[in-house]
Write a protein that binds this ligand. Structure first.
Ligand code: FAD
Length: 353
């Protein structure tokens, strides 16, 4: 069966919902196709102790402020899932799930449509917003010996909590927020080794996601006005000292070692020849954008990104990319930051149509 709509939004996480909010305001006919069975995007797969690095008021999508979570300054992932579920109900967003998009094609004919092939039928759309996130493409670095390690290896996306590792020798790799938070989570009940490529850079304790957003906003303004790029949040540091990270760090439990050179069957070895045995290695080494459904359009650029102006794909004006990171709008991969690029994408599409 083939459906016809103005716009197909691929992905029903926060970015897809923010796009839906603005498409609705502009009176466009659209559908949101989401591969998950339930609302909440990637947040429903987060580990138990994950908390946002900003208070609720700084974690809101357009229109509806995130309510405060009772007893928590920094809401947890379950609270975000409930907020997103409520958001799509409140705005009556037309989300279809589970529907997995397999490929986006140029439709032929007058060239005015894109054809979206899914596991539940075909949609013909005059524009497409891809908002599929990064959680679904975990990145693991090519470290020698990785495949020969006999212990357990997992990525951030598979981490559930410290219970699985009680009393074990665990190596956590990664100096970003995921690495620091998971290391803090494991610091008390495991024999932890935290490994980072360069010495960990903690943000000052009084800086949280609010300040990060302010910096991102200042950067966007500078870029909009043609001023020098201020460097964004990366210039401040990497790790937000959320309360559990701060506590573990202040207790002296978050001392990082440099990156090892290779793995053996039973552990890891550093450049100076020292080694550590391990039962598990947890790779908190980041993500790549989930873009394989766009492969039929053949518009991939360097480093797996798709070249964009704002959110619009340079080589395909009917396609917008939303929420993947700074390359699709400063802070666009955050709850509060995705609203503006979502609005811009919806406006550009309304003009195009
Ligand atoms: P997702 O939530 O991943 O949603 C994309 C949706 O698209 C999913 O439902 C997916 O199933 C679906 N999908 C994928 N492929 C297809 C397909 N082919 N067809 C149909 N559907 C598809 N941000 C903050 O604002 N504050 C924080 O404190 C914060 N902390 C973070 C901590 C961690 C550990 C991580 C990883 C991220 C954090 N972020 C934070 C960043 C950000 O908010 C999330 O990455 C966010 O989940 C991205 O939302 P999204 O809608 O772009 O993608």
């Amino acid at each position: 069966m083939t459906h016809h709509v103005d716009v197909v939004v691929i992905g029903g996480g926060q970015a897809g919902l923010a796009a839906g909010y603005h498409l609705r305001r502009l009176g466009l006919d659209f559908v949101i196709l989401d591969a998950q069975a339930e609302a909440g995007g990637a947040w429903q797969h987060a580990w138990g102790s994950l908390h946002l690095f900003s208070p609720a008021a700084y974690s809101s999508l357009p229109g509806r402020p995130m309510p405060v979570q009772v007893g928590e300054t920094y809401p947890d992932a379950r609270h975000v899932v409930a907020y997103l579920a409520d958001y799509e109900r409140r705005y009556d967003l037309p989300v279809r799930r589970p529907v997995r998009v397999k490929g986006v094609h140029r439709a032929g004919g007058d060239g005015k449509c894109l054809r979206v092939e899914t596991d539940s039928g075909t949609w013909l759309a005059r524009a497409v917003i891809s908002a599929t996130g990064t959680w679904w493409r975990p990145f693991l670095p090519a470290v020698p010996g990785r495949s020969g390690f006999h212990g357990r290896q997992l990525h951030t996306v598979e981490y559930r909590g410290p219970r699985d590792f009680a009393g074990r020798r665990v190596i956590v790799v990664g100096g970003g927020n995921s690495g620091a938070q998971i290391a803090a989570d494991l610091a008390y009940d495991t024999e932890l080794t935290w490994v980072t490529q360069r010495p960990p850079r903690f943000l000052p304790d009084d800086i949280d996601g609010r300040a990060l957003f302010d910096v991102a906003t200042a950067r966007r303004r500078a870029l909009d006005e043609g001023r020098t790029d201020s460097g964004g949040v990366a210039s401040l540091g990497d790790i937000v000292a959320v309360p559990p990270v701060r506590e573990a760090r202040d207790a002296g439990l978050l001392k990082a070692s440099p990156m090892f050179t290779h793995l053996t069957a039973h552990g890891v070895v550093w450049a100076d020849g020292t080694s550590a045995e391990a039962d598990a290695v947890i790779w908190c080494t980041g993500f790549r954008p989930t873009l394989s459904h766009l492969a039929p359009l053949q518009i991939r650029g360097r480093r797996g990104h798709i070249p964009t102006i704002g959110t619009r794909a340079v080589a395909e004006p009917r396609l917008h990319l939303l929420g993947y990171g700074d390359w699709t709008g400063p802070a666009s991969a955050t709850l509060i930051g995705v609203g503006r690029p979502a609005r811009d994408a919806a406006r550009e599409i309304a003009e195009l149509l």
